[in-house]
Ligand binder design. Structure first.
Ligand SMILES: [Ca+2]
Ligand SMILES: [Ca+2]
Length: 337
C-alpha cells in the first residue's frame, strides 16, 4: 500500500463533504445598504368623518450600515430549509382558486396555484416559518440573518428617493420596475377565471409588465440601491409588531403594539404599485399566496467590502451557483418580453 494514497483519500473525502455542506443551503445574494437617515412623516390624526384634526412633526431616524436581500426569498432557497429541518410548513393557503377570488385550499410552500418556477418568491408559509428560516440560515452560515425592521425596509425601498415610488411619481411607469396588477394580470385572470376581470377587484395600471401572476425574482429594473421587486411581485413581511401609528425612534423593529400582526410592505402583483409609505398589519398566522419576505443581515464595516479590491471582497462579488441558476430562470421568464 502506498502512503501517498492516504492524503488523496482524505482530500477526496473533504471535497465531498464540502459539496454536501455547500448544497445544504443557498447563501442569499445580499446588497450593502449604506448608512443614512429616513424621514418618517406620521399619519395625521383624523376625526370620524376623515377631517385632519392634528398633524405630527416628521421624525428622522438614523440607519446604520446593513445588508438587504437583493431579491425576495425564493422557493429554491426555502426548499433547502424544508429538506434540512422537516419544518412543519402549512398545507393550506389562501390563494386564487375560483371565481370566488381567493379561498383557502390545499397548497404548500412549493406547490401553489400559478407557481411556475422555483425562482419565484416563496409564499403560503406564514410569519413563523420566516422566523424559523432566518434562524436556521444564520446557524448554517454563521451570519446574522433576520427580517428587516419596517424602518429599514422603507429606507432600503426608497433608496434615497423622496418621490411616491422609487422611480418617480407616475404609477403608469411601474411596469419597468415592478410586477403589479397591470394589463397582463387582467388578461391572465380573465383567461384563467372564466372571464373574471381583475380590474373589478384591484384596479389595473395602464401598462404591461408581461407577467400575469407572481414572477421570477429580479426580472424588473432595481431601485437605486440595486434591490429588485421592493414594490410588487410579493408582499413582504417585516419584523415589527403592528401599530396604526407609524412612528419610530430607531431603526430597530418595534416590539410594542399588536404583535399578533406584523407590518407588511411593498404590495404584490395583485395590486397597483404601493407608494413607499403604504403599510398594513397582517396576522402572523395568515397563510396566503401573496405574502412572502426578504431578509436583512447585520454586518460590520469590516465585512462591508470597504476595500473592493481585497480577495475577500472579490470572492463576495463572484456570481454564486444560485445567481447563475437564477439568471437562466430570468432569461426563460423574459423570453416573451
Ligand atoms: Ca403583472
Ligand atoms: Ca416585493
Amino acid at each position: 500500500m502506498s502512503f501517498t494514497r492516504i492524503p488523496l483519500i482524505l482530500f477526496l473525502a473533504s471535497q465531498s463533504y464540502f459539496v454536501c455542506a455547500a448544497d445544504a443551503f443557498i447563501e442569499p445574494t445580499m446588497v450593502n445598504i449604506p448608512r443614512g437617515q429616513l424621514t418618517i412623516i406620521p399619519e395625521p390624526s383624523k376625526s370620524k368623518d376623515g377631517a385632519v384634526t392634528s398633524t405630527k412633526a416628521p421624525q428622522v431616524v438614523n440607519i446604520n450600515l446593513f445588508r438587504m436581500g437583493k431579491y425576495e426569498v425564493t422557493v429554491a432557497e426555502f426548499s433547502k430549509f424544508i429538506a434540512a429541518t422537516n419544518y412543519p410548513a402549512p398545507t393550506k393557503c389562501q390563494q386564487m382558486n375560483s371565481k370566488k377570488w381567493f379561498e383557502e385550499t390545499p397548497a404548500t410552500w412549493g406547490k401553489r396555484n400559478h407557481l411556475a418556477s422555483d425562482y419565484e418568491p416563496v409564499a403560503c408559509i406564514g410569519w413563523d416559518a420566516m422566523q424559523a428560516y432566518v434562524q436556521w440560515l444564520s446557524k448554517e452560515t454563521g451570519k446574522q440573518y433576520r427580517l428587516p425592521s419596517e424602518v429599514e425596509w422603507e429606507y432600503a425601498a426608497r433608496a434615497g428617493s423622496t418621490t411616491t415610488y422609487y422611480w418617480g411619481d407616475d404609477a403608469a411607469q411601474a411596469c419597468t420596475y415592478a410586477n403589479i396588477a397591470d394589463q397582463a394580470a387582467e388578461a391572465a385572470i380573465k383567461r384563467d377565471y372564466d372571464g373574471l376581470e381583475s380590474k373589478d377587484h384591484v384596479g389595473v395600471v395602464p401598462c404591461n409588465d408581461k407577467t400575469g401572476y407572481a414572477s421570477v425574482v429580479g426580472i424588473y429594473q432595481p431601485n437605486q440601491f440595486g434591490l429588485h421587486d421592493m414594490i410588487g411581485n410579493i408582499n413582504e413581511f417585516t419584523q415589527d409588531c403592528f401599530n396604526e401609528d407609524y412612528t419610530s425612534n430607531s431603526a430597530s423593529a418595534r416590539k410594542d403594539g399588536d404583535c399578533s400582526k406584523r407590518v407588511i410592505r411593498g404590495g404584490t402583483w395583485h395590486w397597483g404599485p404601493f407608494p413607499a409609505t403604504q403599510r398594513s398589519g397582517w396576522n402572523v398566522d395568515f397563510i396566503g399566496s401573496l405574502e412572502g419576505f426578504r431578509i436583512a443581515e447585520d454586518i460590520s464595516a469590516e465585512h462591508a467590502c470597504a476595500q473592493p479590491e481585497s480577495k475577500a471582497c472579490k470572492k463576495l462579488a463572484r456570481k454564486s451557483k444560485f445567481d447563475q441558476e437564477l439568471a437562466k430562470a430570468q432569461k426563460a421568464a423574459k423570453k416573451n418580453f
